[in-house]
Design a protein around this ligand. Structure first.
Ligand code: GFB
Length: 311
């Protein structure tokens, strides 16, 4: 990828897309193509085709997606399967028809089977049943991964897919119903502290394990892979470190400076018990994450306070 190449970041307002955009700008890529949703609806095939014909991007980061935490996935499976299938089908096909040199598709670690051996290697894809709380989303993402592979096989395209672990960072969604666990905990604990509440409610049993990666590390890994001819069709991206939801909640309390208790609401789902990625495929290429979890939560919490607390 050269600094003057035309690069389309699909989904540049989201957690991942905005991190990709920051990193591309920082590294001097000055020909980045962006569209807001009101100007380009990626779920509409004609709009996407016309956009690709008009702009002819050479590289595409496909970070546009309907995403959400466990409750959003569980309660709105139709939105998650329709929007993701539509967006990725339109963008991947238009990328092929308009000669895109390389496309990077964002998958998710929830594409692996619920009872997958840990840590999860790329070849474990499609070897068992999925976690039910995010099955619709996972099936859409698997279709995107398979679509990239099918276009590469039949048309000789160079479309790669990455599987990030659970992500967090600035520009995340802090809505208490729809968000992922880390932004939800930052907000809940901060609000408990400011209202002198004696405890914070944590969904589920607190025993599930999750692996977290700061979104700036994910963006760095995506640029790293986009620039390498030897990147595999499928690559896991994670930190290699797991934490239980209970310990994560305690860490957020420490960062926020909250001394109250934790109450576990077991009427809420736990989701998959573990989903630790095996990242040896990426490691042998020489990439490793640089932001440790505590430091990443600290900067995200600072950003949250600047952004929302003043308001
Ligand atoms: O981050 P999260 O929503 O998604 O939840 P998943 C992770 C764990 O944190 C679950 C618990 O065991 C939740 O029950 N948890 C505790 C909370 N308190 C909270 C809270 O206040 N809010 C939330 N959201 N969780 C998603 C998938 O799964 O991960 C998506 O649904 C996607 O498909 C994404 O793969 C990365 O890790 O369970």
């Amino acid at each position: 990828m050269n600094k003057t190449d035309r690069i389309f970041v699909a989904g540049h307002r989201g957690l991942v897309g905005s991190a990709l955009l920051r990193m591309l700008k920082l590294r001097g890529f000055d020909n980045v193509i962006l569209r807001d949703r009101k100007d380009l609806d990626l779920t509409r095939q004609e709009q996407v085709e016309a956009f690709f014909v008009a702009t002819r991007p050479q590289y595409v980061f496909l970070a546009a997606a309907r995403v959400g935490g466990i409750a959003a996935n569980d309660s709105r499976p139709a939105d998650f399967i329709f929007e993701n299938l539509a967006i990725q089908t339109n963008v991947i096909d238009s990328a092929y028809r308009n000669g895109v040199e390389r496309l990077l598709f964002l998958g998710s670690s929830c594409v692996y089977p619920r009872e997958c051996p840990q840590p999860m290697r790329e070849e474990y894809l499609l070897t068992g049943p999925l976690e039910t709380t995010n099955e619709a989303y996972a099936i859409a993402k698997i279709a995107g991964i398979e679509m990239c592979a099918a276009y590469n096989a039949q048309y000789g395209t160079d479309f790669i897919a990455v599987m990030p672990t659970n992500l967090y960072g600035i520009n995340d969604n802090f809505d208490l119903n729809d968000s992922h666990v880390l932004p939800a905990l930052i907000r809940k604990v901060h609000e408990a502290k400011t209202t002198n509440s004696p405890h914070v409610v944590i969904w589920g049993s607190g025993t599930p394990q999750r692996e977290f990666l700061h979104v700036d590390d994910l963006a760095d890994a995506c640029l790293f892979l986009m620039g390498r001819g030897d990147a595999a069709h499928l690559t896991n991206i994670g930190s290699g470190e797991e934490v239980s939801i209970r310990d994560l909640a305690k860490l957020v309390c420490t960062v926020v400076g909250y001394n109250g208790g934790l109450v576990f609401d077991t009427s809420k789902p736990d989701g998959t018990p573990r989903k630790l990625l095996d990242c040896s495929r990426l490691r042998v290429l020489g990439w490793r994450h640089s932001t440790e979890l505590r430091a990443g939560i600290e900067t995200t919490y600072e950003w949250y306070c600047d952004r929302f607390d003043a308001a």
